[in-house]
Design a protein around this ligand. Structure first.
Ligand SMILES: NC(=O)c1ccc[n+]([C@@H]2O[C@H](COP(=O)([O-])OP(=O)(O)OC[C@H]3O[C@@H](n4cnc5c(N)ncnc54)[C@H](OP(=O)(O)O)[C@@H]3O)[C@@H](O)[C@H]2O)c1
Length: 290
């Protein structure tokens, strides 16, 4: 299905667009502050889908990967971020409806409260972070306002490129620089390789399934465990990693701590294994040892 990516300059959007463009080289992708010239400018605070000419260019779907994604910024500037994450996204959804375009919305494990993990596809969300509340507003609106829709809930996404700034790379860089880091043992999630996300979003779309789907690797870890595994793979001094509770790092931010997910729907559609975390960590360690 020819799909436009809103937020194609972002980490996930850029990987998805690359994959979609293998089938349709003229797939539209949008940017906001990025200067990528192969992307169309688009401001989610005042979205204008007509200007992208999606129907005229035979697009049938819109994947929404654009958002203000900082959990702390959503808490500190709730109304400013809601202009992007809620009001603007709702307007975009209405415009997709009017044009008959199906919607894929990237949501988050932050729609859950962190008290009753693991969460299934059909667990009842009750977000505690401002970011999670914004995400849930869109999930609900999509179901109230549209028929052709898919909500994909992600856990933390990582890449394997040195310097990509994703989770494992950040941890490895600090270890490489021999910086001490606090790592929370009560922050639990399912880190998932970006290419595993890309393949599965496309498989979900091809299957025609609608509704809410959890998408993440079955392997769950704490931030502390991941940091220790990376330190071990880099043969670094484990004393660089300080085991703490999340509130020792930041006691102002409100966020769910244990957001482990179970992905029954996804596994019924796509059976190939996810990248194993030990292979990913070995790869990251090599990046920073060479
Ligand atoms: N990455 C994760 O681990 C993760 C986990 C769970 C859920 N998610 C969800 O997945 C989606 C994509 O995440 P990501 O990590 O790829 O985010 P990201 O790298 O921060 O990218 C955000 C995208 O949104 C665009 N954007 C921001 N403000 C905008 C505005 N006012 N108008 C139009 N576009 C705007 C950015 O454009 P510019 O860069 O051009 O400014 C960028 O393309 C988000 O909805 C996020 O909540 C991500």
């Amino acid at each position: 299905m020819k799909t436009a990516i809103i937020g194609a300059s972002g980490y996930i959007g850029s990987h998805l667009l690359r994959a979609y463009r293998l089938d349709y080289p003229d797939c539209i992708g949008t940017r906001f502050t990025s200067e990528r010239t192969d992307l169309a400018p688009f401001d989610l605070r005042s979205p204008d889908l007509q200007a992208l000419n999606l129907v005229e260019t035979d697009h049938t779907s819109v994947l929404i990967a654009a958002a203000e994604t900082s959990i702390s910024k959503c808490q500190q500037s709730e109304s400013e971020t809601a202009m992007v994450n809620v009001q603007g996204t709702l307007e975009l959804i209405d415009q997709c409806n009017r044009l008959g375009l199906s919607i894929i919305y990237l949501s988050s494990d932050n729609v859950f409260d962190g008290n009753r993990a693991p969460y299934d596809d059909n667990s009842i969300p009750s977000p505690i972070s401002a970011y999670g509340k914004q995400k849930l507003q869109i999930e609900n609106a999509i179901f109230n306002r549209t028929r052709k829709n898919l909500v994909v809930r992600l856990s933390k996404v990582y890449g394997l490129e040195k310097g990509d700034g994703t989770l494992f790379d950040q941890i490895a860089e600090s270890i490489f620089k021999k910086q001490r880091q606090k790592a929370a043992f009560d922050l639990l999630f399912n880190p998932t390789w970006i290419e595993d996300i890309v393949k599965r979003v496309r498989a979900l779309q091809a299957s025609g399934i609608q509704g809410k789907v959890n998408l993440c690797s079955p392997q769950a870890f704490s931030r502390y465990d991941l940091s220790m595994l990376i330190a071990e793979a880099m043969k670094a001094n484990p004393a660089l990693i300080e085991k703490v509770v999340f509130s020792d790092i930041d006691n102002k931010i409100i966020r769910p701590l244990d957001t482990r997910l179970r992905c029954s729907v996804m596994s019924s559609i796509y059976e190939d294994p996810y990248l194993d975390i030990s292979s990913a960590i070995a790869f990251i360690a090599r990046n920073w040892q060479e």
